[in-house]
Design a protein around this ligand. Structure first.
Ligand code: AMP
Ligand code: ZN
Length: 492
């Protein structure tokens, strides 16, 4: 089986060859934690979660690094008025680190809700100031950067003068870039308008500041990813991911920084996830065209007719390829819900006991198990084509229903393999969760809490309360049974 990955740098699907056989180093740009993540952000992180899960399923040992941007990330190269964190501290009257903590916690909660696996390393920009200062010094020493009025800028023209190509990822031409540049704050300090900040001098009002050889300041956004990816994955690593909108300038700058520092391309495969749209417009905080993940799940919004379980949202996202635009709508979500329920029903059948009785050796339909399995893996290894994979899963779903109705047969061996493969695709690779099981788990936990409270009431000889708990549960059809091993419950 050969894994093919679309490399944004070459614009082609390429056969994936990791640097170290069997191992993958993957870096994905994380969130800027100055506000809640919206559903669009979730789509990008979910796309890479699916890619991470797929790589693991295909047998790779993956070191997955996803950073937290908790400093810098200016809306442009200006100073205090453009620093997202500083702006938010004023708005919410909080310390910068309170803002960071608040939204990092929110980010983790949201991703957990959608069943995203945590990365192996989640480094922060503020935890790597020293590394960023060292990189800046190295770039100055190598003649790729210059200090100007307490700030340090990357010299884009010098980079190109040395035969390198700023613009190779975003396919932009440097002359064009010069022609289109707006007049930005701090531009007077730069040799050329396209030069980007590695280190910015902090004005007196700027509260997030660190000492450096150039005075007090803070790092530029692009540098943190170079510092952290190099530290944890090496000067050249396998995969770098992020949303499409990060191609330029962020990833273009990362390539320039990496090449200028180490004389080597930092990344072998650049992967970019496409955007989530709503009302056919890109989801974005700044335009107001966005929905928060919790609003979709609780139903507290004006756009969707009803609430949708996170696993259905996840399924809907994966029904589009990560490189395609996905427009979220009532119709799309409702269709995904229907499909999801049917898929879970088929899994319930195949995971159940009585399906074994349906085995035999005279399969009649066109469903050829080994052919099906081959096609499913072909989809997965064809640049992680989740919609095609899901379409194949539905062929198996159809077969399972027919099998259950006695219209099909399969050998015991193939049935076991189909069961294992389907479970792996649905739960491990697509990362879906069975809604029913989840609810049962919650119910079980809740009843255990009630049993514990009843025991406490009995110990305190508050029999009125303990009986009340027992009777009220019984009225709801939940019977508590006291035995030697403790109290258990039966759902009537
Ligand atoms: P940010 O915190 O703004 O850096 O964004 C975090 C990630 O979300 C980045 O990889 C962005 O490319 C991505 N992103 C932002 N808007 C969208 C959207 N509408 N759809 C998909 N991904 C998005
Ligand atoms: Zn980044």
């Amino acid at each position: 089986m050969q894994l093919k990955i679309y490399n944004s740098l070459s614009g082609e699907k390429e056969i994936f060859k990791p640097i170290l056989e069997g191992n993958v180093g993957m870096y994905v740009c994380g969130p800027t934690v100055y506000s809640n993540v919206h559903l669009g952000n979730v789509r990008t992180f979910l796309s890479f979660d699916f890619i991470y899960r797929s790589l693991q399923h295909l047998g790779y040992k993956v070191r997955y690094v996803r950073n937290i941007t908790d400093a810098g990330h200016l809306t442009d190269d200006g100073d205090v008025n453009n620093d997202r964190f500083v702006k938010q501290t004023r708005l919410e009257k909080l310390e910068p680190m309170e803002i960071v903590q608040k939204y990092t916690v929110d980010f983790h909660k949201v991703l957990e809700m959608f069943n995203l696996l945590p990365p192996n390393i989640e480094p922060t920009a503020t935890g790597h100031i020293v590394e960023q200062i060292e990189l800046t010094q190295k770039l100055i020493e190598r003649g790729f950067a210059y200090e100007s009025n307490g700030s340090v800028y990357f010299d884009v023209l010098e980079y190109n003068r040395r035969g390198l190509n700023y613009g190779e990822l975003s396919k932009r031409n440097i002359e064009e870039l010069f022609a289109n540049t707006r007049d930005l704050d701090g531009q007077g300090e730069k040799k050329n308008p396209q030069d980007f900040a590695l280190w910015k001098k902090a004005s007196p009002a700027h509260i997030m500041r660190w000492n450096s050889p150039w005075g007090e300041g803070f790092p530029g956004w692009h540098l943190e990813c170079t510092a952290m990816s190099t530290k944890y994955l090496g000067e050249t690593f396998d995969i770098h991911g992020g949303g499409m909108d990060l191609k330029f300038p962020h990833h273009e700058c990362e390539i320039a920084q990496g090449k200028a520092c180490n004389d080597a391309a930092p990344v072998n495969y650049w992967m970019h996830a496409n955007m989530l749209t709503m009302n056919s417009q890109r989801m974005s905080k700044s335009t107001g065209n966005y929905i928060l993940p919790m609003q979709l799940v609780t139903g507290e919004n004006d756009f969707f007719e009803k609430p949708f379980h996170p696993s259905i949202v996840r399924f809907c996202f994966l029904q589009a390829h990560y490189r395609s635009v996905l427009d979220i709508s009532n119709d799309a979500m409702t269709a995904s819900e229907k499909g999801f329920i049917r898929l879970m029903e088929a899994l319930k059948i195949i995971n159940g006991e009585h399906i074994k009785e349906k085995t035999g050796n005279q399969g009649t339909s066109g469903f050829n198990y080994s052919e099906w399995k081959g096609k499913a893996y072909d989809a997965l290894t064809d640049d992680f084509n989740s919609p095609v994979l899901i379409a194949h899963l539905f062929e198996a779903v159809k077969f399972i229903f027919a099998l259950n109705d006695g219209k099909e047969t399969i050998s015991t061996e193939e049935l076991e393999d189909l069961k294992a493969t389907l479970n792996a695709f649905v739960f491990d690779v697509l990362g879906l969760q069975n809604i029913e099981e989840n609810n049962n788990e919650k119910l079980d936990q809740t009843l255990k809490v009630l049993i514990e409270l009843r025991n406490q009431a009995r110990k305190a000889k508050n029999f009125e309360l303990s009986d009340q708990i027992r009777d009220k549960l019984l009225a709801e059809g939940i019977e508590l049974k006291d035995g030697r091993e403790g109290t258990s419950y039966v759902l009537n």
